[in-house]
Design a protein around this ligand. Structure first.
Ligand code: GRF
Length: 216
């Protein structure tokens, strides 16, 4: 008698990282608690060999790769090596989670529609070239905004300019330092909306119409 096998097709994620990997950890935690049980991280790739995010992956037995920009003379060679590291593993969705390397148009075009990024501000505020790590928070405090937050968006050729999938606002408090604000934005926004965006993508609930993303 043939026993039907339910080969559950998991959504394969390639996670691109550069730093501490707290957004990667948020995804791992949501896989563990079942919210993303139908997702699987196929590889974690960093442009920094020292990224603690790589340790987080190794501790879970997840394949890792490093692609170091200065090892490539041309930016296009770096992009090709990064793309090869992604496609060396079955990938349905590329997730830039605290990834700080600049990638070129060939790379973004190759994965357009299946690559998302988390940015620590309410785009279009405090984003684009030069706005990474603490800088968006420093600029938000300097400007005196009362609300900031995080954005998950599709990646296109222009930095932080792809169609917005989810955003979450976070109040700025009077005694905030950039570090305190960064922690609050990560805790209250980034670590929540990045897994949510992956959930929506896995459920095929994201519809892009030009710049506008509709959740069905
Ligand atoms: C986070 O603020 C993220 O939004 C930004 O880099 C910071 C560190 O991210 N891109 P992680 O801890 O490496 O996920």
């Amino acid at each position: 008698m043939l026993i039907p096998t339910t080969e559950t097709k998991k959504l394969k994620l390639a996670i691109l990282v550069s730093g501490g990997g707290t957004n990667l950890q948020a995804i791992l935690d949501r896989i563990d608690d079942g919210y993303l049980s139908d997702c699987e991280i196929s590889v974690v790739i960093s442009n920094k060999a020292s990224a603690h995010a790589l340790e987080r992956a190794k501790n879970r037995g997840i394949p890792t790769a490093t692609v170091i920009r200065k090892q490539y003379q041309r930016a296009s060679d770096f992009d090709n090596a990064l793309a090869a590291a992604v496609t060396a593993h079955k990938t349905d969705l590329v997730v830039m989670a605290g990834f700080l390397a600049v990638v070129g148009e060939d790379f973004t075009k190759r994965f357009e529609g299946m690559m998302i990024n988390i940015h620590p501000s309410l785009i279009p505020a405090f984003c684009g070239t030069g706005f990474y790590g603490l800088i968006p928070h420093i600029k938000a405090l300097e400007y005196g905004v009362k609300v900031t937050g995080a954005t998950v968006h599709f990646v296109n050729a222009e930095p932080d300019a792809g169609p917005i999938i989810l955003q979450k606002a976070v109040n700025v408090q009077q005694d905030d330092t950039p570090e305190i604000l960064q922690q609050r934005v990560m805790k209250e926004a980034e670590w929540e909306i990045l897994p949510q965006a992956i959930r929506l993508y896995a459920d095929k609930r994201i519809k892009v119409e030009g710049r506008i993303v509709k959740i069905t």
